[in-house]
Unconditional design. Structure first.
Length: 311
């Protein structure tokens, strides 16, 4: 039996994204939501969605999509190494990562989790916007420390496209992550640190998770990254066909709904979001709710059932 978690990322970032996630959740095609707490009124929006979910007796789980690259810090000007002059986070490729303060990163990420807990919702998991919390050794340590502190699982830091599993080789997310990582390397000395620690390798990340806190930080078996920018019915069928047997996998989707033509001012307001992919978000929503309705597919597949981070 295969278990599948279907997680919609980036809730709370923009009304276009929130509409798409709401549509998929209420259609029964997404069972997990990872929310950005670094945009205005994110908590209130979460409560509204959770209320609708409860009223319809749906099983949906909510977690925090930790961010250092989108929105503004929950702690405001208390984390100056993470922000530009306007108070917003640096773009992922604009940081001077040698100058970031690890204590500020810990305090800011912790504040985002605490803000989530103020909604009264149960914290289901932690994930990371742009994969930032597993990009560098000290960031990964903070990520694992917070997961242990709040006693929650994290998203598997290793992309399935890096695991040499049949059917999951091609990944736009993996390709973009590689270029992002190269852009973030400021100098040769820091590059050497990355190579020496093995953090950029799948095995290096797995090892750190095993040894940290005695392996008490858990995650799903696989993180399926191959649907991003390949969000059509053909690719979704392929993903479902090759799901690893007897494992729990997480399929991450990026959704949106409605008309959208952002001004430059709006793009600055919602910093850290890839506006070029907003049409792609609509395509992903169309695929999972209509072209290949995930609720019906999972209900009618005797070898497949819904999974959660906890089970």
């Amino acid at each position: 039996m295969q278990k599948l978690i279907v997680t919609a990322d980036d809730f709370g970032a923009h009304p276009f994204i929130d509409r798409g996630i709401r549509d998929a959740v209420l259609a029964g095609c997404v069972n997990t939501v990872s929310a950005l707490m670094t945009f205005k009124n994110s908590g209130e929006k979460l409560i509204q969605l959770a209320t609708e979910v409860k009223n319809r007796n749906l099983n949906v789980y909510f977690g925090v999509h930790l961010s250092l690259t989108a929105g503004s810090p929950v702690l405001g000007d208390a984390v100056p190494s993470l922000t530009e002059s306007d108070g917003k986070f640096y773009a992922v490729n604009a940081y001077d990562y040698d100058s970031t303060d690890p204590f500020e990163i810990y305090e800011e990420a912790r504040a985002q989790i605490k803000l989530f807990t103020q909604t009264g919702l149960r914290l289901d998991h932690l994930s990371s916007h742009h994969g930032i919390m597993q990009l560098f050794p000290e960031y990964l340590k903070i990520y694992l420390l917070l997961a242990a502190e709040f006693k929650v699982p994290i998203r598997n830091p290793v992309l399935i496209s890096r695991e040499k599993i049949k059917g999951y080789k091609l990944s736009a997310m993996k390709r973009e992550g590689l270029f992002r990582g190269l852009e973030c390397i400021i100098n040769k000395g820091f590059y050497q640190v990355l190579i020496n620690t093995g953090t950029l390798s799948s095995e290096g990340i797995k090892h750190k998770m095993q040894v940290f806190k005695g392996g008490r930080v858990k995650c799903p078996d696989h993180f399926i990254d191959t649907f991003y920018k390949n969000g059509d019915k053909k690719h979704l069928e392929k993903i479902l066909h090759y799901l690893p047997k007897g494992k729990k996998s997480e399929l991450v989707v990026h959704l949106g709904s409605g008309n959208f033509n952002p001004s430059l001012e709006e793009q600055r307001k919602y910093n850290g979001m890839n506006f070029d992919y907003f049409e792609g978000r609509k395509s992903e929503l169309q695929t999972i709710t209509h072209d290949l309705n995930l609720e019906n597919r999972i209900a009618n597949d005797t070898g497949l059932e819904w999974g959660t981070y906890a089970m």
